[in-house]
Design a binder for this molecule. Structure first.
Ligand code: IPM
Ligand code: MG
Length: 368
């Protein structure tokens, strides 16, 4: 089959990690007989440098014309990069937020899974890890604080900044349904995370989630306050199957969840709308401190490409093959620097490899 993939390499380590994911997709293409056509799309700091804005109308049109978009990462060092001297709506992140909104990508799936081979990179104690954990964070992506009205103004001579957190029942219902649908295909448990002891938006969230839950009698659900969830993620991550939550809470909890899997360099993500289209990106950032050094972990991006094959192209066998190849390479003891075992930990001997070598090794296990 033939597919058109928009590619947003972006900034920092983005181009390096996307190059490896493309290598893997090409390998899948040649083994399984598919052709992937790539169209490079500018977004983020590189787009600011080239066009003056983080996302052009042409870039949005190119993304819309693709069957799916694969993305690396955008942004730079917020303390030193000139991009952050620009007004907020012209900075790199504004491009990503606009693209999410334009494409209506309201459902963000962030799987956090502990590979048995990476136990030694997990910062949690052995008895907490137990026989591992496997959760899916379902983050609402086009509402809440990220897209509410905001302003900074002088109020009675005092500088005052306001951000608004708004959710409609429709926005909550559609993401909740997605969360319960996914749970049905997993271990059938939803933990809906909110701050209903303080926020009106969370009280509505809870009410709508309960309504949706009534249609899924086979799925167990519970409510959890976000501060407690942050604690539970390090205390007992095994308890979670699907974590369903709003935009800001999901942003924070998914970084935390990634760290308990050993590294943010392992965490993939899919941002979906009501169609087969999706935007696939690693959950981590552009890591400007290590950009260009050839040491970044490409696995999150490669696993994002696997999600792309699965969710947008319905190529389950191909996605399985990519995921199995990643597992095999880890089993063989190959590690990028971020997932090297902690000093003094027991376990198999491992070898440190760079970004491109990791990509090559993963390719070598596809169709082998
Ligand atoms: C993420 C990132 C983005 C977000 C930034 C880059 C705007 O942190 O995808 O988690 O906050 O959503
Ligand atoms: Mg984030």
């Amino acid at each position: 089959m033939e597919f058109k993939i928009g590619v947003i390499a972006g900034d920092g380590i983005g181009p390096e990690i996307v190059a490896e994911a493309r290598k893997v997709l090409d390998r899948v293409g040649s083994v399984y007989g598919h052709t992937f056509h790539y169209e490079e799309i500018l977004m983020g700091g590189c787009s600011i440098d080239a066009t003056g804005v983080p996302l052009t109308e042409e870039a949005i049109a190119a993304a819309k014309a693709s069957d799916a978009v694969l993305m690396g990462s955008i942004g730079g060092n917020t303390a030193t990069s000139p991009w952050y001297q620009l007004p907020p709506d012209r900075r790199p992140e504004a491009g990503l937020l606009r693209l999410r909104k334009e494409l209506n990508l309201f459902a963000n799936l962030r799987p956090a899974y502990l590979y048995d081979e990476l136990r030694a990179a997990c910062p949690l104690r052995d008895e907490i890890i137990g026989d591992g954990f496997d959760m899916m964070i379902m983050r609402e992506l086009t509402g809440g604080l990220y897209f509410g009205e905001r302003r900074t103004e002088a109020v009675d001579g005092v500088m005052t900044a306001t951000d608004t957190l708004t959710y409609s029942e429709n926005e909550i219902r559609r993401i909740a349904k997605r969360g319960f649908d996914i749970a049905r295909k997993r271990r059938k448990k939803v933990t809906s995370v909110d701050k209903a002891n303080v926020l009106d938006s969370s009280r509505l969230w809870r009410k709508i989630v309960e309504e949706v839950a009534a249609d899924y009698p086979d799925v167990a659900y519970e409510h959890m306050l976000v501060d407690n969830c942050a604690m539970q993620l390090v205390k007992d991550p095994k308890q979670f199957d699907v974590i369903l939550t709003e935009n800001m809470f999901g942003d924070i909890l998914s970084d935390e969840a990634s760290m308990v899997t050993g590294s943010i360099g392992m965490l993939s993500s899919a941002s979906l709308n009501d169609t087969k289209f999706g935007l696939y990106e690693p959950s981590g950032g552009s890591a400007p401190d290590i950009a260009g050094k050839g040491i970044a972990n490409p696995i999150a991006t490669i696993l994002s490409a696997a999600m792309l094959l699965r969710y947008s192209f319905d190529l389950d066998a191909e996605a399985d093959a990519v995921e199995a190849a990643v597992k095999q390479v880890l089993k063989d003891g190959c590690r990028t620097i971020d997932i090297m075992p902690q000093e003094g930990s027991a376990g198999q001997p491992v070898t440190q490899v760079g970004t491109a070598q990791m990509g090559d090794l993963i390719c070598s296990h596809i169709g082998a």
